[in-house]
Design a protein around this ligand. Structure first.
Ligand SMILES: [Fe+2]
Ligand SMILES: [Fe+2]
Length: 296
């Protein structure tokens, strides 16, 4: 592939242009940043988080709708934000507020480089797969399944950043990967000089994301390279690969190379497990629509 194969500009020019653009990345809404801090603090009570959420009526409505939805399947009705926080847990609250604000932040771009509905479906199904993997494997039971869910929802957010700040170039990157049946990450790095997972570091810095999210964003395609949080990054990696295998990539047949060795050594994930999780995923695909409807 030639470096000058898109828009007549070289990879270095495209990289520089993108890095300059990404400087304009908006900050997270202050309520979201504060909530991330609050839910990560060991001294926080459900009331502290609820008080913060209640300052935002749209978030309050979304939270209550989600708590009462079939997505969580809680048998009794939940009418207050503090009960929703207690029942859903801090990590779910974190998933909800982050995904709702990221979705809102990037909902306005006129010319997205890819099908955003499909992007979010991929993200939510990956999140549900990650949660299921944590629940199924004894050696990762110490991890909160909701932490894996949150990491799963946001793992590919770098693609949204590309679409927003390098839309035309990224459209061509996607088209090239699609027509040559190549992994998107490889084509991003070759044509733009940076991959969507590399953007995780920039985002983590700009948005002060907690370490678990940063690691999931940066290492979900290369879990072997992570020097920490191996359970989490491997879980998100396997969940992502299975989501692709279930036919939910950015386009039909989008490939992502699996690191099965990593899955087997860290999670003791085998061939039978793969089939089992894929069967469970078919249920997740239906559920994903409801989650998207609520948070958007
Ligand atoms: Fe990815
Ligand atoms: Fe993905």
């Amino acid at each position: 592939m030639s470096d000058s194969s898109i828009n007549g500009s070289t990879k270095n020019e495209r990289y520089r242009r993108f890095i300059e653009q990404i400087d304009n990345l908006p900050s997270l809404p202050s309520i979201v940043s504060r909530l991330i801090q609050v839910v990560n603090s060991p001294d926080t009570s459900a009331d502290d988080a609820a008080k913060l959420i209640q300052k935002d009526p749209a978030l309050t409505t979304k939270m209550l709708r989600l708590a009462n939805s079939a997505f969580y399947g809680i048998p009794r009705s939940i009418s207050s934000v503090s009960s929703a926080v207690v029942i859903l847990g801090f990590n779910t609250i974190r998933s909800l507020v982050l995904s709702a604000s990221v979705m809102k932040m990037f909902s306005g771009s006129k010319k997205p480089a890819f099908d955003k509905d499909r992007f979010w479906k991929h993200s939510i199904v990956c999140a549900l797969a990650a949660k299921t993997i944590v629940r199924q494997f004894i050696n990762v039971r110490m991890m909160d399944p909701e932490s894996a869910f949150c990491a799963g929802i946001l793992h590919d957010i770098g693609k949204l950043i590309f679409s927003e700040f390098a839309g035309d170039d990224y459209q061509e990157v996607c088209a090239f990967a699609r027509s040559n049946n190549l992994p998107l990450l490889e084509v991003e790095r070759r044509m733009l000089g940076i991959g969507h997972s590399d953007i995780g570091r920039i985002l983590a810095d700009k948005w002060a994301l907690p370490l678990d999210l940063e690691y999931a964003l940066v290492f979900h395609h290369e879990p072997k390279n992570a020097d920490n949080l191996l359970d989490l990054v491997t879980t998100v990696h396997i969940a992502d690969v299975l989501t692709h295998q279930a036919g939910l990539g950015l386009w039909d047949g989008e490939i992502t190379p699996p690191e099965w060795d990593q899955g087997s050594s860290v999670l003791r994930f085998g061939e039978n497990d793969r089939e089992h999780i894929l069967t469970l995923l078919s249920d997740s695909i239906e559920k994903s629509g409801e989650f998207i409807d609520i948070i958007k």
